[in-house]
Design a protein. Structure first.
Length: 319
């Protein structure tokens, strides 16, 4: 199937607001949040004009924009392949073959959006290959395999396989300072913290299976945490060493937890089409992290695939 990658005047309107880059599918802050004092578009252009466009092959991974480059993925020569283009004119800068493709009833091609901090770009395949590239040159700096390095399962769309082992490891990793947080889905290595420059393991934690929701880093109740919405539910880990701080068990058929956690104050909000919405309040009592239910909503407001967006005190989502 032929697809088109299009850059229009609408793209430039978006990028000219508060941030010149969109280095993560959840936005410049990687959290799907538009701060209350940010400028937003009040109207959309009736007929945006094309600046450039080019054909793209199969894939579901969202493109990103960083340092005047567009990074996108598709299926080329039966490989998950990522490309860097010049934002102004679409001129190819480099490409990188990542992995053999996963295929299921939804199709094939890359599904995990790339992530960049302006120096490196992280690419993750459906089968759990994680490659770190130099953003400017496309040179491979280091790589990991969730299956080989962390013993992550991968079955494809078979039987009762859940989460990433069923439809691919599609939860984009997170860059936090000089480290990378990824959902490796291995025993004792559900969540791994890697050195950004070398890929060396700094810590690994828990036994959860990865779903499709990206890990988030946020400070809640005065403690910096890694928030992960896995097959087994939502949990918070100590950012410094991966110690489990809290957990809320949640279940959806086949581990279909897709939406990224939303952080609002000390509330962590997740949801699915089967259990609805859940908000967990995190608080610090005498130096010990505790949790309580903030609020919950029924399945009539439960999201399936699309992650919500937080603007001020209001949450917007597709159900």
């Amino acid at each position: 199937m032929k697809n088109l990658l299009i850059v229009s005047t609408f793209t430039y309107l978006l990028l000219s607001s508060d941030a010149a880059d969109w280095p993560h599918q959840r936005g410049p802050l990687m959290n799907g949040t538009v701060p209350a004092n940010s400028s937003t578009l009040s109207i959309l252009p009736d007929d945006p004009s094309f600046i450039w466009r080019l054909p793209a092959a199969d894939g579901f991974a969202a493109p990103i924009i960083t340092k005047d480059r567009v990074i996108y993925g598709d299926l080329q020569n039966r490989k998950e392949t990522f490309h860097a283009l010049n934002l102004a004119d679409g001129k190819p800068l480099w490409h990188h073959e990542l992995d053999d493709p996963h295929k299921d009833g939804f199709g094939t091609g890359p599904r995990c959006a790339p992530v960049s901090d302006g120096a490196i770009v992280l690419l993750q395949s459906c089968k759990g290959a994680l490659h770190c590239l130099d953003l400017d040159t496309g040179k491979l700096l280091w790589k990991k395999s969730y299956q080989t390095d962390f013993k992550a399962p991968y079955f494809g769309e078979k039987g009762t396989a859940q989460g990433g082992s069923r439809h691919g490891y599609n939860a984009s990793p997170c860059i936090d300072g000089e480290q990378v947080i990824a959902l490796a889905s291995g025993p004792g290595a559900a969540v791994v913290c890697l050195d950004k420059k070398t890929g060396d393991v700094i810590w690994q934690s828990q036994d959860d299976q990865a779903a499709y929701s990206p890990p988030m880093v946020a400070t809640l109740a005065g403690v910096k945490q890694v928030l992960c919405f896995t097959v087994e539910g939502i949990m918070g880990l100590d950012r410094s060493d991966g110690t489990l701080l809290w957990r809320v068990p949640l279940s959806t058929d086949y581990g279909r937890h897709v939406i990224a956690p939303i952080i609002h104050g000390d509330l962590v909000i997740v949801g699915s089409h089967q259990f609805g919405m859940r908000a967990t309040r995190v608080f610090n009592k005498d130096g010990k992290i505790s949790i309580e239910e903030g609020w919950k909503g029924g399945v009539e407001i439960g999201p399936n695939i699309s992650s919500p967006v937080l603007i001020g005190d209001h949450l917007y989502q597709l159900v």
